[in-house]
Design a protein around this ligand. Structure first.
Ligand SMILES: NC(=O)c1ccc[n+]([C@@H]2O[C@H](COP(=O)([O-])OP(=O)(O)OC[C@H]3O[C@@H](n4cnc5c(N)ncnc54)[C@H](OP(=O)(O)O)[C@@H]3O)[C@@H](O)[C@H]2O)c1
Length: 705
C-alpha cells in the first residue's frame, strides 16, 4: 500500500536506542562484536584487504530508516491489497516501512483503515498503541482487576488508558512526578512517584491489601529495579508483563515465594518478526489467533474512535518534517525539554518525485547513443544490496569507461545512500524511471532473484544493454520470456556467472585445450550453514541455496567442457519437505562423454575452504582450490599456480570488464548469453530431477535456443 503520510509518531525509547547505536564508531562496534572481528580477519586473508574494506564498509554503511508508526492517505494499492482504496485514511506500522517520510510503502498486514472519528494525528499512534494493547493482553487482565503500570512514558500512558478501557483499576508509577501527574489526569485511579517513601503502602491500600493482580512494566532502563518492584507489588500467583527494555535480573526469592509468572510481551503482537505474515501478507486464522498485530492495531483505533483513549492528549511537540532535527535534539538530550509524544507533520500537497537528482557535480563525458558502440557506458544500477555495494560497484568504478548515472533500490532511502556514496547522479525506487533515461545505456540488475528476469527483460525492451546477476531466472517460463525479449530487442544480455572469468579457471581450461578424451569433473562445495531467515531460502524471493549458487558451478563445468550438458540427474540432501532445496548432488552428462558432478552442502564445517574442483582426463589432473590455488599434474610433473598469500579471485572484476568491453562494441557476446541460458536451464532441470527422482534431458529448443 503506497501511502502519503500526514503524521508520524516519534517513539522515544526505540528511536533513541537506534540513534545512539548509529553513532557508535567502528571501535565500539568491534568491541561489542568480537565474532564479526574474527570473520573480518578471515575475509582479509582470503579476499585481500581492499575487498574486505569494501565489504565491511558496505555492511556498516547501511542506513536505517527511523520511525515505525504513522498515518496518511492511500495513493495506490498492490494487487493483493484490494481491501484498501486510494484516498482512504490508513494507519501503518513496522520498522523499515512506516518511516518518517513523505511517502511510504507498507505490506497489507501492517496497514489498517482508520475508523470514523479518529484523526490522522491520533491514528499515527497506532503502533505504539498496539504495543500497549499487546502488553495488556499478555498480562491477561480481567474486568475489575487492579493493575500496576511501572514506567509512564508514552507506552505506559497508553497502557493506563487501555487498562481503563478494559475495566481495570490502574495504579501508575514513574520516577518523574510530572508523568505521574499526567497519568492521573489521563485516567489512572492512583499514581505515585517511584521514590515516594510510602509507595508500597499506597499500593497495598489500593489493592485492599491483596497485592496487585497484574503488573505491566513499561519502563525503559537497563536496571532491574522495575522487575524487583513488580515482584513486591504483585499478589500471590500474579502475572508480570514486561513490555519495556529493562534489566532482567529476576529476584528469584520474591518470584518463587509468590509463584509469579513473568511474561515478555513481544512488540505489537502475533505476526511480529514473521516474514510470511508481515511481508507476504499471509494472515493467521482468526479462530486460532484472535489477536494478531494487525488486529491489535485495529483494536487500538476502535478504542480511540469511541473516545476511551485519547492519544492527542499525549502530544507535547509537533514539528513539520523539515524541522525533524529539532525533535531529535530533544530526544538525544542536546536540548533539555520535557517531552512525551512528538509527532512529525507532512505537507499535504507535495508531489511524488520518483527519480531524485543527487548533486554530484557535472557528469564526465556522458554516454551517447543507447545502443551503438560507445566509449563511455552510462550505467543504471537496479538493486544496491550487499553484493552490488561490495563487489559490482567497486568493479564498475574501477573501469574508466563506466559512468554511474542512476541507482534504483526497493527503498528510496537505500538508493539515495548508494547514490551519494558511490557517485550516481540519480536515485529512485522504480526501475522504469531509470529505464526512461536516455543517458543510461547499460543496466546492471542485482536485486534478489525473483525480480531478475522481469527487470532484465524490461531493460532490454527499453533498448538497454543488461548485466544480470545470477541466477538468470527462477523458472523455465521466466527464462523463455527473458530470452524472447533479448532476441527481439537485440541488446547485450550478460549474466554474472563470474567463475568462468577467474584467471585460474582460464589456466585450468587451457590445461585441457588439446584434449582428445572426455573429462571427469568433480565440484565440491562446502557452504556452511545459512541463517534460517536468509532471503535466499525464501521460496518467493530466493528459491533456495542450490538454485542461488549451483548455477555458478554448472556454468563453470559447461565452460570447461566446451558443451552444454545434455542430461542432468540430481538428488537433494536434507528434508524432502522443506519448501526450497538448499543442498544436493547433481550429475551432468555432456555430449562428448564428459561427466561432471556437483556436491553442494550447507551442513559441513565452515573451517574447510568452500570450493574445490577436481578435473581428471587426458592424462592430467587439475585441482582448483577455492580460486586461490591451482595444482596441475601431468606426466609426473606438478605445477602450482595462484596466490601464495591465499588471495582469492573469482573473476568478478574480469566479468565486469568483459561486459563493458561488449557494451563499448568490442564483442556482441551472443554465444555467452546462449551459454549462460543453457547453464541456467540445466540448473533448473537439476531441481526438476530432484523432484521427479529421475534424470532429465535438456532441450534447448524449449527456451527457444
Ligand atoms: N555472483 C556472485 O558471486 C554473487 C554473490 C552474492 C550475491 N550475488 C547475487 O547478487 C544479487 C543481490 O544479492 P544481495 O546479497 O546483494 O541481496 P540484497 O542485499 O538483499 O540486495 C538486494 C537489492 O535489491 C533491491 N531491491 C529490492 N526490490 C527492488 C525493486 N523492486 N527494484 C529495485 N531494487 C530492488 C534492494 O533494495 P533495498 O536495499 O532498498 O531493500 C537491495 O538493494 C542476488 O542475485 C545474488 O544472488 C551474486
Amino acid at each position: 500500500v503506497l501511502v502519503r503520510n500526514r503524521f508520524s509518531l516519534i517513539s522515544a525509547g526505540t528511536e533513541r536506542m537506534v540513534v545512539e547505536a548509529g553513532g557508535h564508531g567502528l571501535l565500539t562496534t568491534a568491541r561489542r562484536r568480537p565474532d564479526l572481528v574474527r570473520r573480518t580477519l578471515d575475509m582479509a586473508v582470503k579476499q585481500g584487504v581492499g575487498q574486505t574494506i569494501e565489504t565491511v564498509r558496505a555492511r556498516l554503511d547501511t542506513p536505517v530508516a527511523l520511525g515505525y508508526s504513522c498515518a496518511g492517505d492511500v495513493l495506490e494499492v498492490g494487487s493483493e491489497a484490494r481491501e484498501f482504496e486510494s484516498g482512504q485514511l490508513v494507519a501503518c506500522a513496522g520498522t523499515q516501512y512506516a518511516n518518517h517520510a513523505e511517502f511510504i510503502a507498507v505490506p497489507r498486514n501492517l496497514c489498517v483503515a482508520v475508523p470514523e472519528g479518529v484523526s490522522a494525528l491520533a491514528a499515527s499512534f497506532v503502533t505504539v498503541g498496539a504495543i500497549a494493547v499487546h502488553g495488556v493482553r499478555v498480562a491477561d487482565v480481567r474486568l475489575g482487576e487492579s493493575v500496576a503500570v511501572i514506567g509512564l512514558g508514552l507506552v505506559g500512558q497508553l497502557t493506563v488508558q487501555v487498562l481503563k478501557a478494559a475495566g481495570c483499576r490502574v495504579f501508575g508509577i514513574d520516577l518523574d512526578a510530572g508523568r505521574v501527574a499526567q497519568a492521573l489526569q489521563l485516567g489512572a485511579d492512583a499514581a505515585v512517584p517511584r521514590n515516594e517513601p510510602g509507595l508500597l503502602e499506597a499500593a497495598a491500600a489500593f489493592s485492599l491489601a491483596r497485592g496487585l493482580d497484574a503488573v505491566i512494566v513499561t519502563a525503559d532502563t537497563s536496571s532491574s529495579d522495575p522487575l524487583e518492584l513488580a515482584g513486591q507489588l504483585a499478589r500471590d500467583r500474579a502475572v508480570v508483563s514486561a513490555v519495556g527494555a529493562i534489566g532482567m535480573q529476576v529476584p528469584r526469592s520474591t518470584y518463587y515465594a509468590k509463584e509469579l509468572q513473568l511474561r515478555l510481551s513481544r512488540s505489537y503482537g502475533p505476526g511480529r518478526y514473521d516474514r510470511e505474515y508481515e511481508e507476504q501478507g499471509i494472515d493467521y486464522p482468526i479462530a486460532y489467533v484472535r489477536w494478531t498485530e494487525r488486529r491489535n492495531m485495529e483494536a487500538f483505533l476502535h478504542l480511540a474512535s469511541s473516545g476511551v483513549i485519547q492519544p492527542e492528549r499525549l502530544v507535547t511537540h509537533r514539528f513539520p518534517v523539515d524541522d525533524a532535527e529539532a525533535a531529535y535534539a530533544i530526544l538525544s538530550g542536546k536540548v533539555k525539554e520535557p517531552y512525551l509524544a512528538m509527532v512529525l507533520e507532512y505537507p499535504r500537497q507535495v508531489a511524488p518525485e520518483r527519480l531524485v537528482s543527487v548533486d554530484q557535480g557535472p557528469m564526465a563525458a556522458p554516454p551517447t547513443h543507447p545502443m551503438g558502440p560507445t566509449a563511455a557506458v552510462g550505467v543504471g544500477l537496479v538493486g544496491a544490496g550487499n553484493f552490488a555495494r561490495s563487489v559490482l560497484i567497486p568493479a564498475l568504478r574501477g573501469d574508466a569507461r563506466s559512468r554511474l548515472i542512476g541507482v534504483v533500490t526497493g527503498t528510496g532511502l537505500n538508493a539515495q545512500r548508494a547514490a551519494r556514496r558511490f557517485g550516481f547522479h540519480y536515485a529512485g525506487s522504480n526501475h522504469h524511471d531509470l529505464l526512461a533515461r536516455p543517458d543510461v545505456n547499460a543496466v546492471v540488475v542485482a536485486t534478489r532473484h525473483h525480480l531478475h528476469a522481469a527487470i532484465a527483460a524490461d531493460a532490454l525492451r527499453s533498448g538497454k544493454h543488461v548485466f544480470l546477476e545470477k541466477p538468470m531466472a527462477m523458472r523455465v517460463e521466466e527464462l523463455t520470456a527473458l530470452l524472447d525479449a533479448w532476441r527481439t530487442a537485440g541488446g547485450i544480455l550478460f549474466v554474472g556467472y563470474n567463475r568462468r572469468f577467474a584467471p585460474l579457471a582460464a589456466h585450468l581450461r587451457d590445461c585441457f585445450a588439446q584434449r582428445q578424451r572426455p573429462l571427469s569433473l568433480h565440484y565440491r562445495v562446502n557452504v556452511g550453514p545459512l541463517p534460517a531467515n536468509s532471503w535466499i531460502r525464501d521460496p518467493v524471493e530466493g528459491g533456495g541455496a542450490f538454485l542461488s549458487e549451483a548455477c555458478h558451478f554448472v556454468d563453470l563445468l559447461h565452460w570447461l567442457v566446451g558443451h552444454p550438458p545434455e542430461r542432468v540427474y540430481a538428488k537433494r540432501l536434507g528434508s524432502d519437505r522443506a519448501a526450497v532445496v538448499d543442498e544436493g548432488v547433481a550429475q551432468l552428462e555432456f555430449p562428448d562423454g564428459s561427466v561432471g558432478s556437483i556436491t553442494y552442502c550447507t551442513d559441513g564445517d565452515p573451517s574447510v575452504p568452500k570450493e574445490r574442483l577436481e578435473v581428471i582426463g587426458d592424462g592430467a589432473v587439475a585441482i582448483l582450490d577455492d580460486f586461490v590455488r591451482l595444482t596441475l599434474a601431468r606426466r609426473g610433473r606438478t605445477k602450482r599456480l595462484g596466490s601464495r598469500v591465499g588471495r582469492q579471485d573469482k573473476g568478478h572484476r574480469a566479468e565486469v570488464r568483459a561486459f563493458l568491453d561488449a557494451v563499448s562494441g568490442a564483442d556482441a557476446l551472443k554465444a555467452y548469453t546462449r551459454d549462460a541460458a543453457l547453464s541456467t536451464l540445466a540448473t533448473l532441470r537439476a531441481l526438476d530431477s530432484m523432484r521427479r527422482r529421475e534424470p532429465v534431458d535438456l532441450r534447448p529448443e524449449e527456451v527457444g535456443l
